[in-house]
Design a protein around this ligand. Structure first.
Ligand code: FPP
Length: 248
């Protein structure tokens, strides 16, 4: 019996975020170029996206390219951008078959123009899909996102449309890229690294963190289901005590 049978449908997280890590190391272990790892990583993206839709998640946010990734060798950046354009182009019909809506968040203006165009086309082409939302974090970092929110609020204060004392968590969240989504209940990181790497810092305040040593190209829907089972075995207390949670 696989992990899927152990998932309780009534306790599914709505939003799962993933840090896809380990493509380079996976390739190196096989004596191949890092870009080969990214290429095979696309298979894991497909597996995970379709597994997440199959199980009924509402939102899946994948960290596909961070602000810091712009500091990689130009050759690797180019390979990643080309892979992104090709993958988004090729996978759009499959997204539609699976009723998946594509979104993207981050400083998208930094992406090469062909990448921006393909992204926008696939976002438009899938806009009517009513199943899961696949949200790609591209040229994204949480500090960039938080600063952007702060600047937007500061401008509103300056314009006199909001008073500083009225800024609360809900107001602030409205200015984040994820404004229309619930915070992720579960954050998964592959490759054995146990850090957050500037990802969704505000939104993961109460997320369950799940680290697996599996390198991203080896990640399958079964690994996703395993993480969901582990999540469901945890007790989420949100600062309360166990007895209070049990009484709910
Ligand atoms: C991390 O591995 C992975 C990335 C920086 C890129 C992720 C991209 C893909 C999986 C392919 C395209 C994605 C989509 C959404 C179509 P790493 O290079 O940091 O690996 P390392 O830590 O072993 O060096």
């Amino acid at each position: 019996m696989g992990f899927k049978e152990h998932i309780q449908p009534d306790k599914l997280p709505q939003h799962v975020a993933i840090i896809m890590d380990g493509n380079g190391r996976w390739a190196k272990q096989k004596g191949k170029l890092r870009t080969f790892g990214h290429k095979i990583g696309v298979k894991a993206v497909r597996e995970t996206v379709e597994g997440a839709a199959e199980i009924g998640l509402k939102v899946l946010t994948l960290y596909a390219f961070s602000t810091e990734n712009w500091n990689r060798p130009q050759r690797e950046i180019n390979a990643l951008m080309n892979l992104l354009v090709d993958t988004i182009h090729q996978e759009t019909p499959r997204l539609i078959e699976n009723r998946i809506q594509l979104r993207a968040m981050g400083d998208l203006s930094q992406l090469p123009s062909n990448c921006q165009r393909q992204l926008q086309k696939s976002i438009d082409d899938t806009a009517d899909q009513s199943g899961m939302i696949l949200n790609l974090a591209l040229s994204y970092s949480a500090r960039w996102e938080i600063l952007r929110a702060v600047k937007a609020l500061a401008a509103q204060v300056q314009a006199g449309t909001i008073r500083p004392e009225d800024i609360d968590e809900a107001q602030f969240s409205k200015h984040l890229c994820t404004a229309e989504f619930p915070d992720p209940e579960l954050l998964i990181r592959t490759s054995g690294e146990q850090r957050i790497s500037n990802y969704l810092l505000w939104q993961i305040a109460y997320s369950e963190l799940y680290f697996t040593s599996c390198l991203w190209p080896d990640f399958t829907r079964e690994h996703l289901f395993e993480a969901l089972v582990a999540y469901q075995q945890r007790e989420r207390r949100f600062g309360k005590i166990s007895e209070q949670v049990a009484a709910l």
